[in-house]
Ligand binder design. Structure first.
Ligand SMILES: [Zn+2]
Length: 447
């Protein structure tokens, strides 16, 4: 059997080789040779895949098998052809078809065993094309994917593949949510001896353009992150602030805060956030963030991101001082108050400008902000304990997920597609792509 195949393969190779050399007797460049060989290799791959699948098909199929739907007896009918879309192109194959007399449904044991998705993308093709879809707009992904693999897919197909991974993230999150409410599971977690010593959480939101009639089309995509870091906080505000976060893990959704809280808790349980010796949350001043943190993690240390806080000064200075030097001097003074945790002085400065003819709007905003958040701005203490005080990490999540992918070239999204694409991109950034793909390998099943 194997030697027959070998012979057949040999002949096919000879045929392909002579075609190759006849066609390109005098190639113009190495590129032309490379392209021709790549095309040939795809054909070789298709031959091997077809043969491999044919080998999986028994010459004498069982007369009956158990029906996958009702457990009754399904009878062999005939060999039915199907088409697979794979990373090496389209491949036709045949497999035994069984029909059940009881529930009147039919199935293909081979498809189930290997996860063959007839007429649809294979799991491998879906995973790889979806990966390009998380990087750049679908139309561009389609061009890039074809250039790299010689497999042509429509932008719609790439979008579907990307969003399929997003759906997989949603399924996983649902499992996590169930676990996070399961008392037995939580108790097992508590018995674990290895607990995180110092874990960081952070949350933020960015606007995504959603197709909507008669309502605001800009929806908040809320993003959260869990991470650890061994980096020391900077010693002065003008130092280099690169946080080297480790084990970064993002989650995101377009949901009201309360429902997003379920996801915060569920992903937190996966990181044992509730069991960490020290749990530190970084965020901007947004109320929903601190409400969620206080609700789920009442013992967490809450820190307002230094950069968010420091951003409040420039608008006041710009409105209050026509002179550039004066402006810089004032900003530098108030920034150092903030850095040293002298919140009374910061608040006092803001208050001073609350009745200023030009600066009052910015000053009032800042006054409220610093008054409400002063207990989250004890920066000298945080620095002393070695806590990070700038959430460059989550800022960059917004940039990486929203700005770089969801906001490109004025895209307007369907809500569901935006959420799934964002989740797929987060999964890719988290390094979870491979494990998610594996979850989908045997999925076609009872289709
Ligand atoms: Zn049945």
């Amino acid at each position: 059997m194997i030697s027959d195949i070998g012979q057949e393969f040999g002949q096919y190779l000879i045929q392909l080789t002579s075609e190759l050399f006849l066609r390109g007797e005098q190639p113009r460049s190495l590129s032309e040779i490379e392209r021709s060989i790549r095309e040939m290799l795809l054909k070789v791959g298709q031959f091997l895949l077809t043969t491999w699948l044919a080998m999986q098909r028994s010459k004498y199929p069982d007369e009956t098998v158990e029906c996958i739907y009702c457990g009754g007896q399904a009878e062999y009918q005939y060999q039915r052809p199907g088409t697979l879309l794979t990373i090496i192109g389209q491949v036709m194959y045949k497999r035994a078809y069984y029909a059940c007399a009881y529930c009147r449904r039919g199935h293909y044991p081979l498809d189930l065993r290997l996860g063959l998705r007839v007429g649809k993308m294979s799991a491998e093709l879906e995973s790889l094309s979806g990966m390009t879809g998380t990087q750049i707009p679908f139309e561009k992904s389609s061009q890039l994917f074809e250039a790299l693999t010689l497999i042509s897919l429509s932008d719609h197909s790439i979008a579907k593949a990307t969003q399929a991974m997003g759906s997989e993230v949603q399924i996983q999150e649902t499992e996590w949510k169930e676990l996070s409410k399961d008392v037995d599971w939580l108790q097992t977690q508590e018995r674990l001896t290895e607990r995180p010593k110092r874990l960081y959480g952070s949350m933020d939101a960015a606007k995504v353009h959603i197709r909507r009639k008669n309502e605001d089309p800009w929806k908040d995509l809320k993003i959260g992150a869990w991470f650890t870091t061994t980096a020391k906080p900077p010693q002065n505000p003008d130092e280099n602030w690169k946080i080297e976060a480790q084990d970064m893990s993002y989650y995101c959704d377009i949901l009201p805060a309360q429902e997003f809280g379920d996801l915060l808790w569920a992903t937190g349980c996966q990181h044992q956030a509730h069991l960490a010796d020290e749990l530190i949350f970084l965020g901007d001043g947004a109320e929903w963030i601190w409400n969620l943190v206080s609700h789920y993690y009442p013992n967490a240390i809450q820190i307002v991101d230094w950069f968010h806080a420091a951003e409040y000064f420039a608008p006041i200075a710009n409105a209050a001082f026509p002179d550039e030097d004066q402006r810089q001097e004032w900003i530098s003074q108030i920034r150092s108050y903030l850095w040293l945790g002298e919140l009374d002085a910061v608040i006092h400065e803001c208050q001073y400008f609350c009745n200023h003819p030009q600066a009052s709007t910015a000053a009032r905003k800042a006054f409220t902000y610093f008054t409400n958040n002063q207990h989250r701005m004890n920066y000298p203490t945080y620095r002393q304990k070695g806590y990070q005080i700038g959430s460059g990490t989550i800022e960059s999540a917004c940039k990486q997920i929203v700005t770089q992918r969801l906001k490109v070239s004025g895209a307007i999204w369907e809500l569901d597609n935006a959420v799934k694409t964002a989740k797929a991109r987060a999964a890719w950034l988290n390094g979870d792509w491979q494990s998610l793909s594996s979850r989908r390998e045997l999925l076609p099943l009872a289709a």
